[in-house]
Design a protein around this ligand. Structure first.
Ligand SMILES: Nc1ncnc2c1ncn2[C@@H]1O[C@H](COP(=O)(O)OP(=O)(O)OP(=O)(O)O)[C@@H](O)[C@H]1O
Length: 343
């Protein structure tokens, strides 16, 4: 196995703006990359180019030193040693679970006994040993998804591509399947690329997150890094439910901001040498404290273990906050912003 390299990748459909532009990234062997971004940003197009269903208009795709595709070259999907798991599972309804899982081996004319053993191993990896003789119609959504995963395991792919595989499942099942994916990744050792528009899913599963917007790659980093140090407004707005404030900050201020510097900026008392900036403030960093700035609660919802609040500051800007104590809409509160991140 080898790293998967996307090199200044571009895809144009017709005459409009390119669906993917100048996208470069490297996925090291065995990593789990989540491609995250809003609907229409080009995630699926990137995945389809990697799989071999679309040809790049420009740039190239390599697995190690092997060129898979560029504007002039196009290795067919079956010669890339990749497997793709679709949202719809794409199982054959007339075949049993074992037959579905063994199908890629039959196509490759693998000897029967060997194929049987591989199917057994793959079904055990997704905990479906007991379901080998069932048909897909007699399985739950999560079980069907596991059959689709087992089917991709049997071919021992270098790269597994997943296109929003959990989108059709309910919340409870999604959590269970996230576990299955993590386990599947650990056991198979395959490089995985996972398309999603759900930031919490991307964070929970992946070893690296690549955020896309309008066909471009904005930032690629491990989940903790994207969460703690998002680059720019789009990513700041996408990850971790924060509020974004517009403030005038000293040109020399650091990106990580504490309460004294935030307080001065919110007071509007720095005038000289400032520039407009966007500052991300996470709800857990907003403390209710009478020593802070005054604000008014514009909404309050009980979420189970806490209240989720929206608080409007004197300058009209709004913050999200949490409170363990009951707080009502219309209440006046003091707020201290423990930390902020300049986007
Ligand atoms: N075969 C095609 N022909 C023309 N335009 C296309 C084609 N496939 C995708 N596009 C366009 O390319 C852009 C990116 O689409 P893509 O499906 O990659 O986005 P996405 O981020 O995966 O979105 P979603 O999450 O909704 O699936 C969109 O504007 C889409 O309309």
């Amino acid at each position: 196995m080898a790293p998967l390299i996307l090199n200044s990748l571009e895809k144009r459909f017709g005459s409009g703006a390119p669906a993917v532009r100048d996208l470069s990234l490297t996925v090291q062997e065995g990593r789990f990359l989540a491609l995250l971004g809003p609907s229409g940003c080009g995630k699926t197009t990137v995945l389809r180019m990697i799989a071999g269903f679309e040809q790049p208009s420009d740039g190239s795709i390599l697995l190690g030193e092997r060129l898979l595709a560029d504007a002039a070259t196009m290795l067919p999907p079956e010669r890339r040693n990749m497997a793709m798991v679709f949202q719809s599972y794409a199982l054959w309804p007339h075949m049993t679970v074992a037959e579905n899982v063994g199908y890629p081996l039959k196509v490759r004319k693998v000897a029967k006994e060997k194929a049987r053993q591989k199917v057994r191993e793959a079904l055990s990896a997704v905990r479906l040993d007991a379901y080998a003789d069932r048909r897909p119609a007699a399985l739950s959504g999560g079980q069907r998804q596991r059959v689709a995963l087992a089917r991709c395991l049997v071919t021992e792919p270098d790269v597994v591509l997943l296109d929003e595989p959990l989108a059709n499942l309910d919340r409870h099942l999604r959590q269970e399947m996230e576990e299955t994916f993590r386990e599947f990744h650990a056991r198979s050792g395959a490089t995985m690329i996972y398309v999603t528009h759900d930031q919490s899913e991307a964070m929970a599963l992946a070893t690296d997150v690549a955020v896309m917007s309008e066909g471009r790659l904005l930032q690629m980093a491990p989940p903790e890094e994207i969460y703690a140090r998002p680059e720019g407004l789009v990513i700041g707005g996408l990850v971790g439910q924060g509020s974004i404030l517009s403030l005038a900050l000293p040109r020399t201020s650091s990106r990580s901001l504490d309460w004294p510097s935030l307080r001065v900026a919110l007071d509007g008392s720095v005038a000289e040498g400032t520039e407009p900036a966007h500052v991300l403030v996470r709800p857990q960093d907003v403390l209710l404290d009478d020593a802070g700035l005054t604000g008014r609660v514009t909404s309050s919802f009980f979420e189970g273990e806490r209240y989720a609040l929206r608080i409007q500051l004197a300058d009209g800007q709004s913050l999200r906050a949490f409170s363990r104590q009951p707080v009502r809409q219309g209440d006046a509160v003091g707020v201290v912003l423990q930390a902020g991140w300049r986007l």
